[in-house]
Design a protein around this ligand. Structure first.
Ligand code: SAM
Length: 283
């Protein structure tokens, strides 16, 4: 394992969206593999400026390779994100991982089939790209290897959700546990990890919300660390009551006054009616 700096272990200063739940669960998952002697390389698709890579790199053993793949395009303030990635990573580790700068479609040229125990998919959120990334992950992972997929239920990335659940329904991907942000799965047997995880959560049960369900007869654990939940609900704006128009009484319709008929008009009417009768009789 890479030697860690003596400073307190904190990723707070590194930009990125890794929350408290996934910081703990990623760390636990990689630690689980070490405890149970599961060996293999580590891979991250989508590294940005290194937040999750720094955490993953913490679990690399001396005989294991860690590869990250990212386009590393310039960000807004024109600093190459690769430069920022390297600086951040080296603040925590002595040695950089292997860096593939480019599209994740290239990853099979750099990582051997069945060589990995862990793949983090956090690059493109487009359906076709995620489909390809998942196919690559399946090919590169060995046995009980874990794939972690970011953004599987965000309204901003429906393509990720579609690709993930399609892989579950059609291509043998099995959920192990689900956090609000990440899907943890395997193409192996999720059972042993689920048992260990449930035991770990039970020791810390006050800090976690945990839910178990089954999908197509298979166990799935949903979890969230309490510090990830929003601590307060924003107050709703003052409630304004309007008198809706349909509750107001509609004013009675004014009747039109009948015009009084003049004598000449009354006589003309009688004459018309008499004439009509006479014509009717003569027919
Ligand atoms: C959400 S960020 C990754 C965050 C990082 N894993 C973390 O937790 O800090 C997504 C990254 O994926 C990269 N990316 C997006 N599409 C890609 C693609 N098709 N190939 C390679 N990298 C890609 C972006 O450059 C960006 O740095």
């Amino acid at each position: 394992m890479t030697t860690m700096p003596s400073a307190p272990w904190t990723l707070d200063g590194v930009p990125g969206l890794l929350d408290e739940t996934d910081t703990r669960v990623l760390d636990w998952s990689l630690g689980y593999q070490s405890r149970f002697g599961i060996r293999g390389d580590l891979l991250e698709l989508g590294a940005y400026v290194g937040k999750s890579a720094i955490l993953i790199g913490r679990h690399r053993r001396a005989d294991e390779r860690f590869t990250v793949c990212d386009l590393f395009e310039s960000d807004d303030d024109d600093t190459l994100s690769r430069t920022a990635f390297e600086a951040n990573y080296l603040a925590f580790h002595e040695q950089l991982p292997e860096i593939v700068q480019g599209h994740t479609a290239l990853i099979r040229d750099h990582v051997e089939r069945k060589s990995c125990r862990f793949v983090h998919v956090d690059a493109s959120t487009l359906y076709d790209d995620v489909n390809d990334d998942l196919e690559a992950a399946k090919e590169l992972l060995d046995g009980e290897g874990i794939v972690v997929i970011d953004g599987y239920r965000a309204e901003t990335s429906p393509g990720v959700a579609a690709a993930v659940w399609e892989a579950v329904a059609m291509h043998g991907l099995r959920p192990i546990y689900l956090s609000p942000q990440k899907f943890y799965g395997t193409w192996g047997d999720p059972g042993p990890m689920q048992t260990e995880l449930a035991a770990w959560l039970a020791t810390d049960s006050e800090d976690w919300t945990v839910l178990e369900q089954s999908i197509a007869g298979r166990r799935v654990i949903g979890l969230c660390h309490l510090s990830t939940l929003p601590s307060q609900t924003l107050p709703l704006p003052e409630c304004q009551t309007f008198a809706p128009s349909w509750t107001e009484k509609t004013p009675p319709r004014r009747r039109r006054k009948k015009k009084k008929k003049t004598l000449s008009r009354r006589l003309a009417r009688k004459l018309r009616m008499g004439l009509a009768k006479a014509i009717g009789r003569s027919r």
